[in-house]
Write a protein that binds this ligand. Sequence first.
Ligand SMILES: Nc1ncnc2c1ncn2[C@@H]1O[C@H](COP(=O)(O)OP(=O)(O)OP(=O)(O)O)[C@@H](O)[C@H]1O
Length: 298
Amino acid sequence: MADAVVQTLNPDKATMMDMTMADMKARTSSGLVHPVGGASAAGASINARGLTKVFGSGENAFHALGPIDLDIKPGEFVSIIGPSGCGKSTTMLLVTGLEPSSAGTVEIDGKPLTAPISEIGIVFQDHLLLDFRTAINNVMLQQEIRGLDRATLRERADALFARLGLSGAENRYPWQLSGGMRQRVSIARALVHDPSMLLMDEPFGALDAITRTQIRHDLEMLWLETRKTVLFITHSIEEAVGLSDRVLVMSKSPGTIVEEIIIDLPRPRPAHLGEYPEFSKYAERIYRIFEKLGVYKF
Ligand SMILES: Nc1ncnc2c1ncn2[C@@H]1O[C@H](COP(=O)(O)OP(=O)(O)OP(=O)(O)O)[C@@H](O)[C@H]1O
């Protein structure tokens, strides 16, 4: 029943939620005001070699991505930034096994990826919440789909709502929430089942600048607490530098990784990243790469 509901939402993207996973691990209080982690699942490692995607075949073949190599450590926050159409979303689909690669290999926690992985949470630019379910029931969809313990998931959902500033909004419908609140609900839905990886595809792309800055900070704080492995796709240099341990810069289509930038800035990072002189240096470096690649023509 729940599966059918999700499938009507968006056949491609809903498939990513439509997965089963092992029971959540027992957890204890982390001692934080609104603990969401406890003894939660650790972040997974992601290793890819020669990952390539060609859509179609013969005369209609379109080389969309790669080859690329990726080495993401457990608990690392890595962003991929690149021009529109270079293959960022495709990369995300390939490393989760939701889209088969044309060549190359992916290992999650050292194990070859042979089928879509279930221990993930995904947040898209479009919140993909079901309009006829309340905020809390959108999050609890994970419990229904995955057949997890209801009381445990509800406890986790409540903790996530508190951490994400959503307390009091549990029984509101998506259309009664602001855009920022809807994305916060999407983040809660992506984390409530305690996945080892959080994949975010332009999650704040449709939000205003003020909301983006706040939600960036809230995500960073949540990540510092839970240490999930995060693969974050963005067009925003500020967001990539503001959130990441490492930024991978992609070329124009077919995308390859042309540069890796380690972001050595203290955390948590401030609202105004310009406080750090190093921020401008990182940002300038990315602008220069895009200029060199012909992405920007000023
Ligand atoms: N199912 C598909 N069939 C054919 N081509 C596809 C398919 N999915 C994506 N593509 C093409 O592959 C290329 C990479 O797409 P992808 O969505 O990964 O890019 P992106 O970098 O995420 O773009 P954007 O930043 O605009 O979201 C694009 O040219 C796109 O049109």
